[in-house]
Design a protein around this ligand. Sequence first.
Ligand code: F3S
Length: 420
Amino acid sequence: MKLKSLNPELMPLNSMPAAKGYYYIPPFWGPMFLTRHEERILDGEEGLGQQKAMEILTALGKIFDAEKLIPINSAHLSGVSYKTIGEGGLQFLDSLKGEAQVRVKTTLNPAGMDLERWRDMGVNPHFADRQIAIIDSYRSLGVQTCCTCTPYLHHNVPRLGEHVAWAESNALSFVNSVIGARTNREGGPGALAAAIIGKTPLYGLHLEENRHPSVIVEADIGDDMLSHSLLGQVVGKKLGNAVPYFRGIDPDIDRLKTMAAAMAAAGAIALFHVEGVTPMDLEYELNDLERIEVDFSDIEEAKESLTSGKEPDLIALGCPHLSEVEMREIATLLETRERKRDIEVWFCTNRRVKELCPREVATLEKFGKVVCDTCMVVAPIEDHHECTGTNSAKACNYLPGLCSQKVVCDTTKGLLELIS
Ligand code: F3S
């Protein structure tokens, strides 16, 4: 049933009398205002692709009680690997070809393979063919096909206070927390719809009142990378979707990204603050907040709980994708060593980082493969491997279920000592 516009640019969709130009919205949904232009899009006047996207955004907005749509500056999309979206996902993307274009800078999460050296990874030609079709579909929509889960380091860097619509849990948590941009925890379709319309519903972490810390975490865990990942694991598991405020740590960018990834995988945390580190740390009143403590024994316990295997036949580093600094650190660790055992090793990163680190890439390639565009979780590793060693709590969470793997959780140094 259609309803008619009385006149204003902004009218609540479900509080209007029946009249032309407004959609009937079932009464259990909250009021949501659309501009006349948004209404025309919903009406299909600007094409099927935009209409589909607007339908997704208005449905989300009503479920979450958003008052209206707001403009965004960028989007980041998940749902790229053929392993995770399959034929259904490819058909949906194909249905948008020629029907829609993204309106804001939009980047893409890892695919199921290195788009150039997929044969080296043992990916079968059918999978490769479908994966390339998915990438082509995204490209036809105007999406930048960088295929990385760390676009915030190079390809797509939001600014403090900007509204964006990002999927990929580590990335959206990083831009919310470390950069101070504002995004909800978008799914693939929601982020794509937002990219096509250039807007997102105003609710959740776009609103200041939902960005306040809710729990103080006093951490005593040391400085190494794995401990920060496991801190994310402990806190994510314990706090679910709270907004933690960390004290007692001084993480660099790489530690922040591994924490963000683990908290989002073990729980649903999409925003955190770190005293003296993240941009909004001084903005909030902390007096009445609950406190929890995390120490070395919690970290050790988390490591044990994530470990289910003994002898990895794949060692995979780079979850989230390795930065230039991490590539340098690994190269330094390996420089004076020789490869002694024949275990498959992947160093997962993005193509930009690979280009920026030719010397490090040369060192790493003596011990394994520098793999771009993909990662150990979204590639079909289960076709060739049974047990994966990783230094990422996020990967440890997903490898058993998504890749049928046993897992060895260890430090970068500990894992590389298995081969050198
Ligand atoms: Fe990135 Fe894959 Fe880990 S998408 S965060 S490397 S699971």
